[in-house]
Design a protein around this ligand. Sequence first.
Ligand SMILES: [Zn+2]
Length: 338
Amino acid sequence: PITPEALEAYKKLNVSEVFISIDEAMESMVKQAREEGFKVYACIWAFKALSEAYGVENIYGERKLWMGAGCPNNPILREHCLNRIKKALLSLGVDGVVLDGIRFPSPGSGLSTFLTCFCKHCQEKAEELNCNLAEIKHFLMKLKDSTLFIKASLTYPESLNPLSEWLRFRCYSITEMVKKVKLHLKDVNSEAKLGAAVFTPTLAPLVGQDYTSLASYLDFIQPMIYHKGDGIACINFELAKLVEEYSKSKLEEKRFLMEIYRETGFNGSLNNLIEKGLPIKIVSLEAVKGRKLVGGLKFTPIIFILNEDKVGIEKLKAEALKAELDGLVYFMYFKGLN
Ligand SMILES: [Zn+2]
């Protein structure tokens, strides 16, 4: 937020940039923060939608909204996003915008929402890419082994099966939108900067975020590297949801957890994964991985500091700083932070 108390805390903590939701931002706040030397960015929930008519269509033909968002290929939602960016730049006077939710739904939203989207706009987009969406849908309907998702994500953009094709389709759709946003943003204000808050590298291809191709259009990238937590985007939560929804037996559950162990060093039960999260070293491993994918792009991961005490925050910070960063974003301000 931008309040006199928060601005004081930011100064004490050497914070130089403030990210605020476009729905909460007011011109006077932005002006005040900028006068005090901060850069201010408006965060925009990219595919915000109010009606299920704009939702994603799943493998069973049902339409759904995910976290108040709809289909990334819906032209009305895309237009709405561009208009809100224009509004943020012209009437709020921010230094730039950060795209949030610039993706397809994740495993954390549940399989019936994750295994999307097959709407007519997505079908048109798939044709542009020579991608057989009907075959993908068929494959996803029959799929029983959730470890394949992790494999496809880790080996992206290598093509292994229709699952990799699905990720390619998702990534193409999102990168195309980011490119559109970039052109639009520069049209409105050539000085304005474009950033995106994205999923952590290991999970990003699953939601349509290809760091390397996004890097061509972004001025900065903010990977959300949350090793523990019980919400969307937290790595442990997203993986746990995949295990939960696909495991029909304890044996399957164990096999999936072994797969996670190989990648992350996590060694424990499904309950532990949800409650305690992944080992903290995953924060530096993911940050190093992300940096490699984006080259010289301004790279500023987000760490989750709510629910952490001073020692916890310092540990997280030290872990993230093992990678080559251009800065670190704290999610988020709370009373008493300074
Ligand atoms: Zn769609």
